[in-house]
Design a protein around this ligand. Sequence first.
Ligand code: KG4
Ligand code: ZN
Length: 343
Amino acid sequence: MLVLGIESSCDETGLALYDTDAGLLSHALHSQIAMHRDYGGVVPELASRDHIRRVLPLLEQVLDEAGRQRRDIDAIAFTQGPGLAGALLVGASVANALGFALGVPMLGVHHLEGHLLSPLLTADPPEFPFVALLVSGGHTQLMEVRGIGDYVLLGETLDDAAGEAFDKTAKLLGLGYPGGPEVSRLADFGVPGAFDLPRPMLHSGNLDFSFAGLKTAVLTQSRKLGNICEQDRANLARAFVDAIVDVLAAKSMAALKATGHKRLVVAGGVGANRQLRERLDEQARRRRATVSYPDLAFCTDNGAMIAFAGAMRLQAAPELGRRAYDYGVTPRWELSELRLPGR
Ligand code: KG4
Ligand code: ZN
């Protein structure tokens, strides 16, 4: 079965072709980062308009790269939510129109399920069950993943997401958007321990997170310093990264302990962070647990994870493929609502 995946929930237009026998055939991405940079964040209306411009050329690109034609497509998966309503509608419209024209089923995929399953796209995929640390710009969650569509929320952020904390800290330090990679790079020049920032909820006794206070602590420190020099900026970035990595790693290990699982899977944009990866690898090794990451290209938003999640769902429950073409999107959507029919 050849599944076309379309991702358009935020600021990346991603398309991909996944074949259930041959694996990922092709994927293509257009990032709007350069367009939104001047505004310091994503402008929803600009995002929607750009998805419209990009989606069909990218479709031709993935077909060409895979040596396939439109009529070879057996099903279409698109990101139905969560995300920006206008941006989601672009993917939904194309998926529905194309599904109708080709007479093939389509299904809406949950963006976070895409992230959650993206480590399975690697050459050596982890087996179920595992604990997933989902760290993106909009979400920070620990989930127990027992199988496709069988997800138990173990803990989540009570306020800012980890990626949001990176982005806001970057702004405070005068760095560009998106902030994650820039803060991470600057932190490499910082002296460890030069500033001591809080580790919010480290000892809360549960698996929830809170990052709003951390960003405020960065703000307070930078105000105290006044005219901040290059080294202080790097030291602050380092203190921020150390604090957030401490909390994410400690809670991930606590989730492994609580569930008894030996496999941790990291997904979402912040999963690209090198400092986080190093810490998780080191702590997991001590517990004789393994950590899997998606390939770097599949950490941030992409079409491959949507094609893959769609293919997995359709294989598990073919009745999920709909021919009632209706353009529905779900900008707010809980992952726990994703149980497969009859399970
Ligand atoms: O998963 P994603 O592409 O989009 C959402 O679904 O939100 O994640 C984007 C987030 C941004 O906040 C970005 O700053 C962060 O991931 N990010 C990073 C890194 N690369 C991307 N954060 C820390 N270190 C990185 N290397
Ligand atoms: Zn995402």
